[in-house]
Write a protein that binds this ligand. Structure first.
Ligand code: TTP
Ligand code: MG
Length: 391
C-alpha cells in the first residue's frame, strides 16, 4: 500500500511496543547482582514511598507498581530496593524511539517505554506487521540488551491490549477476524482505559468480560458511564478509530502522570514532579527551545484541580532553575493535606534558544507523556493517565 492511499479501519497495521519491567530491567542489566532476584524500583520503603515498578521475580510475591514500598517489603522481605535512575531510563528511551522511527514516520510515543506505530506504509519484511514487530523487538534487544513486548493489530486498542497478553518478551497478533473473539474473552480489568473504579462498577452491573460488555446496549452504557459509554460500546466490538498521532505543534510543553494510588507524601510528589520536569526540560532542549514560565498542575483525589505558575524574567536555563521552584509551587497547593491523584509540569512562554531555529522533530524524551500542549490544563496523552483513563 502506498503512502497517502486511504485505508479502511480494518486494513491499518498498528503495533504497540512496551518494554518489560522497564526501570527494573535497566537496573538488572546494569547491575548483574540484581539479576534473577526480586528487585523493587521506587521510593523509600522506610517512609511512605511507592513502588515505581519491580522485576518479574518480585511480581511473583504480588508486588505491583504504585503499591506502598513498605507493603512491598512485607510481601517480600528479601527483595532488593533501589531508587530510580531516570537518566539511564531516558537514554534507553531515546534508543528505542530511534529504532521505532526506522520503521515508520507514524510513531506516537506514550511514555518512556512505550509507543504506537502505524506501519501500514512500511514495506520492510514484505509489509508483514508481525515480522516488523519481531524485528523491532530484536533491534531493541540488540541495541539495549532489554526485552520488549508487542501487540499487533489493526487499531490502537487491540494492539495495546495485545502487548500486555504475552509479557515479558512476548508478542500477540490480533487479526481482523479474531478481534471479536479476542475482546469477548478479555477480562474487564484488562481493558485498556478501564481502571479499578470502573471495573468494580462494571462487575456490580454483571459485566466481567468483553462478551458481557458486548451484550450491553449503547443507551445502557451511556446511562451508566456517561460519555465513556460510547467508548466502551466501541471497544466491546474491537473498534477504535483513533489514528496514530506522531507529533503535535503546540505552544507549550508539558507532561503529567495519573497515579494508580493517590500520593500523600510531599517527597513522593516532589520526586514525581522532578521526573516530569526533567522530561520537559529535555524535550525543550531537543527542540532548541527555552521557556519563561513553569506551571504545575495538581489534581486532588476528588478530581478538583489547581495550577500554580511562576514566570522568570530570563528564560529557564535548565533543571536547576526549574527544580528550585517545584517545592514552592507545590507549597501553594493543598497537597499533601489533600491526597493527590495527578501531577503535571508544563513550560510555556517558549522562545528559540539563542536565536537557534527550533527543530521540528519528535520530542526526544516523550517520557512520562511529554507532549506539546496548548496549556497545562490540556496536557494530553500523558504516561499513566493514558494507561488508566479512557484515552
Ligand atoms: P509500565 O510499562 O506500566 O510497567 P513496566 O514496564 O515496569 O512493566 P511491564 O512489563 O508490565 O510493562 O511502566 C513503565 C515504567 O513506568 C515502569 O518501569 C516504571 C514507571 N511507572 C511508574 O513510575 N509508576 C507507575 O505507577 C507505573 C505503572 C509505571
Ligand atoms: Mg512496560
Amino acid at each position: 500500500m502506498s503512502k497517502g492511499e486511504p485505508t479502511s479501519p480494518r486494513q491499518r497495521k498498528i503495533i504497540h511496543v512496551d518494554m518489560d519491567a522497564f526501570f527494573a530491567a535497566v537496573e538488572q542489566r546494569d547491575f548483574p547482582e540484581y539479576r534473577g532476584k526480586p528487585l523493587v524500583v521506587g521510593g523509600d520503603e522506610g517512609g511512605r514511598g511507592v513502588v515505581a515498578t519491580c522485576s518479574y521475580e518480585a511480581r511473583r510475591f504480588g508486588i505491583r507498581s504504585a503499591m506502598p514500598a513498605a507493603h512491598a517489603r512485607r510481601l517480600c522481605p528479601d527483595a532488593i530496593f533501589v531508587r530510580p535512575r531516570f537518566a539511564a531510563y531516558r537514554e534507553v528511551s531515546r534508543q528505542i524511539h530511534a529504532i521505532f522511527r526506522q520503521y515508520s514516520d507514524l510513531v506516537e510515543p506514550l511514555s518512556l517505554d512505550e509507543a504506537y506505530l502505524d506501519v501500514t506504509a512500511c514495506s520492510r519484511h514484505q509489509g508483514s506487521a508481525t515480522r516488523i514487530a519481531q524485528a523491532i523487538r530484536r533491534d531493541i534487544l540488540t541495541t539495549t540488551g532489554l526485552t520488549a513486548s508487542a501487540g499487533v493489530s489493526f487499531n490502537k486498542f487491540l494492539a495495546k491490549s495485545g502487548s500486555d497478553i504475552n509479557k515479558p518478551d512476548g508478542q500477540t497478533v490480533v487479526l481482523p477476524d479474531q478481534a471479536e473473539a479476542f475482546v469477548a474473552r478479555l477480562p474487564i480489568g484488562d481493558f485498556y482505559g478501564i481502571g479499578k473504579a470502573t471495573e468494580q462498577k462494571m462487575n456490580a452491573l454483571g459485566i466481567h468480560c468483553g462478551a458481557d460488555l458486548r451484550a450491553c446496549s449503547r443507551a445502557d452504557l451511556q446511562a451508566a458511564f456517561g460519555k465513556s459509554g460510547d467508548w466502551y460500546y466501541q471497544i466491546a466490538r474491537g473498534m477504535d478509530p483513533r489514528p496514530v498521532v506522531p507529533y503535535r505543534e503546540r505552544k507549550s510543553l508539558g507532561s503529567e502522570t495519573t497515579f494508580a494510588r493517590d500520593l500523600t507524601e510531599i517527597d513522593d510528589m516532589l520526586m514525581h514532579l522532578e521526573a516530569l520536569a526533567e522530561g520537559v526540560i529535555q524535550a525543550l532542549q531537543s527542540k532548541g527551545m527555552q521557556a519563561h514560565t513553569v506551571t504545575i498542575k495538581v489534581k486532588y483525589a476528588d478530581f478538583e484541580q489547581v495550577t500554580r505558575s511562576h514566570s522568570f524574567e530570563q528564560p529557564i536555563q535548565g533543571m536547576t532553575d526549574l527544580k528550585a521552584w517545584l517545592r514552592p509551587l507545590l507549597g501553594r497547593t493543598e497537597a499533601p493535606r489533600r491526597p493527590v491523584r495527578l501531577l503535571g509540569v508544563s513550560c510555556s512562554g517558549l522562545v528559540e534558544r539563542d536565536g537557534q531555529p527550533s527543530q521540528r522533530q519528535m520530542p526526544l524524551f516523550p517520557d512520562l507523556g511529554v507532549n506539546q500542549t496548548k496549556g497545562v490544563t490540556s496536557v494530553a496523552d500523558s504516561l499513566r493517565s493514558v494507561r488508566r483513563r479512557r484515552p
